[in-house]
Ligand binder design. Structure first.
Ligand code: FEO
Length: 389
């Protein structure tokens, strides 16, 4: 695949990782891309590189445009290895290139590679002229590492954002409008699992950038597709970071002898009876990152478990540990479950939900196997929950 000119003199020279199935903390069934961008002007810059192992793919694309030895600047927006892993290789080919990073980026490069190539540090608002094009840098601390930054080319209205606004999707197409709904689905999941924990910082950063009145015509992240209608993804980030969601419910559970499963099904049936969208996941057989994506888009979360040794099931505890790290804002939550001779699971779940600052609503519990009347109660419980939406 050739390099792709996304604006005059700006080329995608990244790599496509079709077979990545796990990245950092979540499953990536659609693979990913590592997007690097070459900017050719009187001077030449590259924004980000690619994961180690894909360096030849990137270099081959660069060589179709220019000799890598002519690169003047290597902009390291983020030192995590999926973007910086090819820097040692690139810097051998681009001998005169000056590395540009934030101060935490400079420190992180040293920690990762034993060198930072004498990187120059930039701060928000500082610029580098390439001739006809001007690079302006915007620190994006904790989106999602301390070192992250964005790069803006004011003459073209292009904002490079590294991980922010990205998504794990391998595709030969470069733009969101060519890919369809898979792109926003993967961007949602990416936000949910990687960015959501920093929601308040996301909201502040978007406000800061809007106050700069930059005139952004294109958002080019370092994973997945490029947004030619940036409002689409910016509005989505505003919505997700505020906790705003549609009238939707996500139910997650594990089950021992199907009692908790029966409860989940009846509660969900009550919710759908009232015309509310619901998604139901058995934690043992579902992709947890897919569940987190659904939770981001839900106002209410139900967590169900049988009682095991006076506590919750280990799978439920594991999932709540995952969710606690993400802490999606402004959600309501409910615990439910079954028990034998001792209770414990529902209280343990409620304790965890409260630690996540969810608004915790009343619970429902059943001893041993739910009777027909108790299943009816679960159905009514589901119906009543919709009043909370
Ligand atoms: Fe934080 Fe795509 O690396």
């Amino acid at each position: 695949m050739k390099p792709v000119e996304i604006k005059k003199g700006i080329y995608w020279v990244g790599a496509i990782d079709w077979n990545l199935r796990f990245c950092g903390s979540y499953n990536t069934p659609r693979g990913t891309t590592y997007n690097a961008y070459l900017i050719v002007d009187e001077k030449i810059a590259i924004v980000d590189t690619v994961k180690a192992g894909f360096e030849n793919e990137m270099l081959a694309r660069i060589e179709e445009i220019v000799d890598p030895a002519k690169i003047d600047y290597c902009i390291c927006q983020h030192s995590e290895l999926d973007h910086s892993g090819s820097m040692p290789c690139l810097m051998k080919a681009a001998m005169k290139a000056k590395v540009i990073a934030t101060q935490p980026g400079k420190e992180s490069l040293l920690a990762h590679f034993g060198t930072n190539w004498g990187a120059d540090v930039v701060k928000t608002g500082e610029t580098i002229s390439l001739g006809g094009k001007t690079l302006m840098f915007i620190e994006a601390n904790m989106l999602h590492w301390p070192d992250n930054m964005f790069t803006y080319i004011k003459e073209d209205g292009v904002l490079f954002t590294n991980d922010a606004f990205g998504g794990h999707i391998a595709t030969a197409k470069r733009y969101e409008d060519e890919v369809g709904t898979e792109a926003i689905q993967e961007a949602t999941k990416y936000f949910a699992v990687i960015v959501s924990v920093y929601s308040s910082m996301v909201a502040r950063k978007i406000k800061e950038i809007e106050e700069m009145r930059l005139g952004i015509g294109m958002i080019a992240p370092s994973h997945g597709v490029i947004w030619r209608q940036p409002k689409h993804i910016i509005d989505a980030y505003k919505r997700w970071s505020s906790g705003e969601a549609g009238r939707k419910v996500t139910v997650v559970f594990d089950t021992m002898w199907h009692s908790t499963e029966k409860m989940a099904q009846e509660i969900a049936r009550g919710i759908t009876y009232e015309g509310i969208e619901v998604r139901v996941f058995n934690l043992r057989t579902s992709d947890w990152s897919e569940i987190i994506k659904e939770i981001i888009e839900s106002r209410l979360i139900l967590v169900g478990s049988p009682t095991l040794n006076m506590g919750m099931y280990p799978s439920v505890g594991g999932f709540l540990t995952f969710l606690k790290g993400i802490r999606p804002p402004n959600k309501k939550a409910v615990a439910f479950g079954s028990y034998g001779w001792n209770k414990g699971a529902v209280k343990a779940i409620n304790d965890e939900l409260e630690k996540m600052n969810f608004k915790v609503l009343d619970s429902i519990e059943v001893k041993y196997i739910p009777t027909k009347e108790q299943l009816s109660s679960c159905f009514e419980f589901g119906r009543n929950l919709t009043k909370e939406l």
